[in-house]
Design a protein around this ligand. Structure first.
Ligand code: AGP
Length: 614
């Protein structure tokens, strides 16, 4: 998820673009760049690091005046955050400049075509491939709009592309597929932005674009075409948000926004993971198939929410590969004198990539000759840099301290790792792996269905303001979900919450049950009859002792109804994938209860987004 700005009008484009990027910096902040059309050439600058680095560079080496330009603040997906990988990107003769948000899935084969034709690419990015191809189309005589239409016909994946042509100071052209872009409508000027915060200080008149559309903005107007070249109409609307709300897409918290971004985050994290032949492909795996075939033990290390993702991963990896998996708190790992060898694969899960406990743990693992694979959401951060391989999640920046889309995309990456190991080890046939990938590709829609029912969860949260303690029960892959649900409530509502393996309740914790105590129960899918039946017994036990049972149950399962005070319906998904949908109501519950209690949901007391001390 990156920040993109485009402008054409009568103001100094550099000022408009930089100010817009500053409003969008929350969308990505590992590098930034700007490109202007001035005197028949592209004048640009781009720097790794925060926007301030770019502003300093431009202050030291001013760009020429111009009233047309584009800009980008990056959340790296392909290629580390460096000056060379920063946007904008150009072709070989710098005729066009392009900025991009998203993932071009077929960029590797397109890059191969360019290199086979002796084009030299300067970066590792998929964006530069698009820029090179666009430039060749413009050089062939097409105007920028026609060139963009031809370009998008060759691209696969999710993308927003915004471009300028050095020889045409009248227009900025953009294309979008499954990636955000909105038009700002001004007087004698027009804007493009990843969201309205990019231009809200100039105009509140906006235009929403549809899927697979190319938009051309000039000083005189806006033209929208479908990818097939037929004319289209964008939907005009007035923005009545203030700037702060605009940055949160109208939500009250970044966390709530990020909960609602999860369908997109899951879809983006699944993009580009398969070859044209359908085989799984993890582009930064960097461990050979033989090294992975030699793996006879996996140890997962992480902290907090990421640790719970690791607990879910254990079920998937062991079921699909039959390789034993240990899941260890990073802060405990190196002090227990772990048994590691060259055939142990250590998997470090970290959203920020900077958690000190996890970093120290992988450093210890590497001294024991083990291979380390990172699962991380922050491109170029320390943990992936110090690992042998990495699977990047593509959740985009997670601003809320409480992790939500970071967790869901970690689960996706864990499933992908499990399936990849199964593919390499041959413990699952291709059609079995394909079936699970299809089930994963259906998850964004199923998560959206849960989000569409958020009102019921919010009503339930309102019934629990003033609650002093809440228990969470789960079995199998639902047990880590119960732990995560408890953690969300602790870190946001500051109330006692505890997750249990439901089968463990009768061995002591059931003494906690008293009249009216809320117990949230994650009920396994009916597909695992034995597990589900035992969960029903657990629910009966706590209900018989006065608990208020709130049951998360898959559609169509009515066996629970007699024992549930509240039923929250979940889409039917396979048992191993249920955490992807079951955790969402728990995120919503904690977010809403904390909001009703008047807490700062994005920055809860005592917490930090990245714990860089041990
Ligand atoms: C999650 O809501 C918490 N903010 C915290 O437990 C977090 O998951 C933990 O600190 C690990 O962070 P990381 O994923 O960035 O390593």
């Amino acid at each position: 998820m990156c920040g993109i700005v485009g402008y054409v009008g009568e103001k100094q484009a550099q000022d408009v673009v930089i100010a817009g990027l500053r409003r969008l910096e929350y969308r990505g902040y590992d590098s930034a760049g700007v490109a202007l059309v001035a005197g028949g050439v592209i004048a640009s600058d781009k720097r790794a690091g925060k926007l301030a680095n770019l502003e300093k560079a431009i202050a030291d080496h001013p760009l020429p005046g111009s009233t047309i330009g584009i800009g980008h603040t990056r959340w790296a997906t392909h290629g580390a955050p460096t000056d060379a990988n920063a946007h904008p990107h150009s072709g070989g003769v710098r005729r066009v400049a392009v900025v991009h948000n998203g993932i071009i899935e077929n960029f590797a084969e397109l890059r191969g075509e360019l290199e086979a034709a002796d084009h030299v690419l300067l970066s590792e990015t998929d964006t530069e491939v698009a820029a090179q191809l666009l430039e060749l189309l413009v050089l062939s005589g097409l105007d920028l709009t026609a060139a963009m239409l031809q370009l998008v016909a060759r691209l696969e994946g999710a993308f927003t592309l915004v471009a300028v042509d050095a020889h045409d100071r009248s227009r900025v052209v953009a294309a979008r597929r499954n990636s955000p872009l909105v038009v700002g409508i001004g007087e004698g000027e027009n804007f493009l932005g990843s969201d309205v915060s990019a231009f809200i200080e100039h105009t509140r008149e906006a235009m929403e674009l549809g899927q697979d559309q190319v938009v051309t903005i000039t000083r005189d107007g806006v033209e929208v075409l479908n990818f097939d070249g037929t004319p289209a109409e964008g939907r005009r609307y007035h923005v009545d948000w203030d700037l702060s709300a605009a940055e949160k897409d109208g939500h009250d918290w970044f966390m709530r926004k990020e909960i609602h971004e999860q369908p997109r985050a899951v879809a983006d994290s699944l993009l580009g993971r398969r070859t044209p032949e359908g085989h799984l492909h993890l582009d930064e795996m960097r461990l050979s198939d033989q090294e992975l075939r030699d793996v006879d033990k996996v140890i997962i290390i992480a902290c907090g929410t990421s640790f719970y993702a690791g607990m879910v991963a254990k079920y998937a990896i062991e079921h699909w590969t039959r390789v034993p998996v240990e899941v260890e708190l990073a802060s405990e790992f190196r002090y227990r004198d772990p048994i590691l060898d060259y055939s142990t694969l250590v998997v470090a899960i970290s959203q920020s990539g900077e958690t000190a406990d996890t970093l120290q743990a992988i450093r210890h693992a590497r001294t024991q000759r083990s291979k380390v694979l990172a699962i991380c959401n922050t491109n170029g951060s320390t943990i992936p840099r110090e690992s042998d391989a990495v699977i990047y999640t593509h959740a985009g920046p997670e601003i809320g301290v409480a992790s939500t889309k970071g967790f869901l995309t970690q689960l996706v990456a864990c499933y992908l790792l499990a399936l990849y190991l199964a593919q390499v080890k041959g413990t699952r046939y291709g059609d079995e792996i394909d079936q699970v990938m299809q089930q994963l590709e259906a998850i964004p829609e199923q998560v959206q269905r849960v989000l569409d029912d958020a009102a019921q969860v919010y009503d339930m949260a309102a019934d629990h303001v003033g609650t002093r303690s809440v228990l969470f029960l789960g079995r199998h892959a639902g047990y880590p979900v119960a732990l995560e649900g408890a953690l969300k409530l602790k870190e946001l509502a500051y109330i006692h919450a505890e997750g249990f393996a439901a089968g463990e309740l009768k061995h002591g914790p059931i003494a906690l049950i008293e009249e009216g105590l809320p117990v949230l129960c994650v009920v396994p899918p009916a597909g695992r009859d034995q597990l589900r039946d035992k969960m029903v017994s657990g629910i009966q036990e706590v209900r018989a002792r006065g608990a208020r049972t709130i049951c998360l149950v898959e559609d169509g399962d009515d066996a629970i109804t007699p024992y549930a005070d509240v039923i929250i319906r979940l889409p039917k998904v396979p048992v191993l994938l249920q955490p992807l949908v079951a955790v969402v109501p728990l995120q919503l519950f904690a977010c809403e209860l904390a909001t009703l209690m008047g807490h700062d949901v994005d920055q809860p007391r005592n917490l930090a987004k990245s714990v860089t001390v041990e």
